[in-house]
Each structure stands twice: as C-alpha cells, then as structure tokens.
Design a protein around this ligand. Structure first.
Ligand SMILES: [Zn+2]
Length: 329
C-alpha cells in the first residue's frame, strides 16, 4: 500500500468524516509539505484561459506549461519499459501521501494539476491500464465520492501517461463543462437507444464529439451495458485488445452517469506536423469534457476554433462505426 496518511494528521486540515472531506484535507496537508504541488496548484489561479463556443458546447482552452510532460509523453513500449514507473509506491516522491480507498486503490494528489483538487487514483499493484476488470471498482469510487468529484479514465493508448500502471483520475464536480451541458446535449444531439425502467443509454453526436451516455441507479445494469459497448467496439475494430476509449462518470440524483468516448486515434495529425504547423494538443478525457490543455503559449495564442473542431472530430470515433455498435443491441 502507499504511504497512508493518518486521520489524526489530516484532521488538522479539515474534517475527516467522509472520503470527499478527507480528500479536501489531503490537498491542504500536501500543499504544506510538497513544494512542487503547492507551486503548481497555486499557479492554476492565474492560468490563462480562452473560451471557445461551438453552438451549445463550451471549450476552455487552458495554457498550462507544466503539462508539457504529460501532453508530449512518449508511451511506446520501449520508453515505458526503460523508465521507472512514477505511480509505483516505491517510486513516488517522499512527500506524497495517500488516502486509501480500499485494499486496491488509493488517492494521491496530482503534482501537475489541470484543475485544483486533481487526484490520481492508482491501483496498489503495477498492473496494466485496462478498465474491463475494474469497471466495478471505478463505479464504486464514483459512488463513494457522490456529487463532490467526477472520475475519469484514459485508455492506455488514449492519454494515460502511465499505460503500464492502472489508474483513474478525479477532479471536482461541475468544473468540466460537459457536466452542466449534458441535459441540453441529450435533448438536442442524442438518440436514446436503450430505454428501460432501470437504465437509459444514448448515442450523442454533438458538433465536436461522438459518445455514449449511460444513466442508471443500478450498478449491475451499468456494468452489463458498459461490457456490451466494450465488446461491440472490439468487434467493430476487429481487435481483442481494449478499444481506444476514455471514460468519465459522475453521480447525481442517486444515479451513475457514465460517458464513454470511443476514439478513432490517440493524437490528431496537427500533433505530428513540424515547425510552425505543429499544434501540441493531445486530447484525453479532461480535454474531451471541455478543458483543453495547451502546454505551449504559441499554440495557445494562435489555435483557431476551426482547428479545435478538426482535432476533436479527428480523435473521436466515426459516427458510422458507432451506428454499427448500436445496431448490435
Ligand atoms: Zn507502476
């Protein structure tokens, strides 16, 4: 297990009666002992943001130079094998303490936050990033955090900077624009393809993205539908590995809300261009939900609304591929 922080220490920084309270206290405690986190967390208050509107969708472009490591991370097999895993308990910084979730997961403060209160939730063991066997744990974490935090998963080829070590992330609820836009997106851009008393599932195709939205108060039903989507994607892409995807979930009004973003590719073509043509943007779950990270100031100043739309469309799974998926219901 990671270095677990005692409630006695945490209680000096706030209440410790619930998991969300413990996490709020953990951030405060970690900021007092960990200079890097303190500096990067404070820097978020004057981070530059540009707002882009695509009909009903808000994208906050964020200039965040600290994210250069993550945005440009090499995640090929060789690079990963030759580096020390930064999520393994024996390699984490001396200052980093954890709040345990169960015997398998722990919450750690992310020292390179995109949003204040940004946590990484690694598995205690060094096992590959793959959600299939841990989707129930993912939903259990969502349930424990209720409407305080939103949980995210980046597939090993879709933005996870540690594709060899299973981990989720969480950020404060209602910070990601998509959460407040969801109702409108469902009314304007969705097709309801599963409508039972205990579960509803939609295919959403908005001006930027194509995704699946599942809503239910029944954990078993959500798991069944997620597995069906997962297997259908494997079939569509004729690949038995994990389909390219990002997942997000938040808990509201006694229901789990799950967004599954099937992806066409990891990085857009702009990422691989050279010189002035290159735009270093590599979308993962937080970006797809409306906080688009841009680690270079030059890109931040010049990227256009049209280019952002191209980037989103290019990394999103094509509509025809998803229609095939829906026909397999
Ligand atoms: Zn590891």
């Amino acid at each position: 297990m990671y270095r677990e922080i005692e409630d006695g220490i945490l209680s000096n920084f706030g209440s410790v009666n619930s998991l969300p309270q413990k996490l709020a206290s953990l951030i405060k405690q970690q900021k007092t002992v960990w200079e890097l986190l303190d500096k990067n967390d404070d820097a978020l208050s004057d981070v530059k943001i540009k707002e882009f509107i695509f009909d009903d969708i808000k994208i906050n472009l964020q200039f965040n130079p600290h994210r250069i490591i993550s945005t440009s991370a090499k995640v090929d097999k060789k690079t990963i094998e030759n580096r020390k895993c930064f999520l393994c308990k024996e390699n984490i910084p001396a200052e980093q303490s954890a709040v345990k979730f169960n015997d398998e997961f722990a919450f750690l403060c992310n020292p390179f936050p995109i949003i204040n209160n940004h946590f990484t939730i690694p598995h205690v063991d060094h096992i590959p990033q793959q959600i299939a066997n841990y989707f129930e744990s993912f939903l259990d974490i969502v349930f424990s955090l209720k409407d305080n935090f939103t949980i995210l998963y980046n597939g090993p080829k879709c933005g996870a900077s540690a594709p060899d070590h299973l981990h989720f992330q969480c950020v404060k609820s209602d910070v990601l624009p998509i959460e407040s836009e969801m109702e409108l997106l469902l009314s304007k851009y969705s097709k309801n393809y599963l409508n039972e008393a205990e579960i509803k599932s939609y295919f959403v195709s908005d001006p930027l993205r194509n995704f699946i939205f599942i809503q239910s108060d029944n954990k078993t039903k959500i798991i069944e539908e997620f597995e069906r989507v997962y297997k259908s994607l494997q079939k569509v892409f004729e690949n038995n590995e994990e389909p390219l995807l990002n997942v997000l979930s938040f808990y509201r009004n006694d229901c789990w809300n799950v967004i599954v973003y099937p992806r066409a590719k990891h990085r857009p073509d702009y990422y691989f261009l050279e010189g002035d043509d290159q735009i270093l943007i590599s979308p993962a779950s937080i970006d797809l939900c409306g906080v688009l990270v841009c680690p270079r100031e030059n890109d931040f100043n010049r990227v256009t609304s049209k280019q952002i739309q191209t980037i989103f469309r290019e990394v999103s799974c094509r509509t025809d591929n998803l229609s095939v998926l829906l026909n397999t219901v």
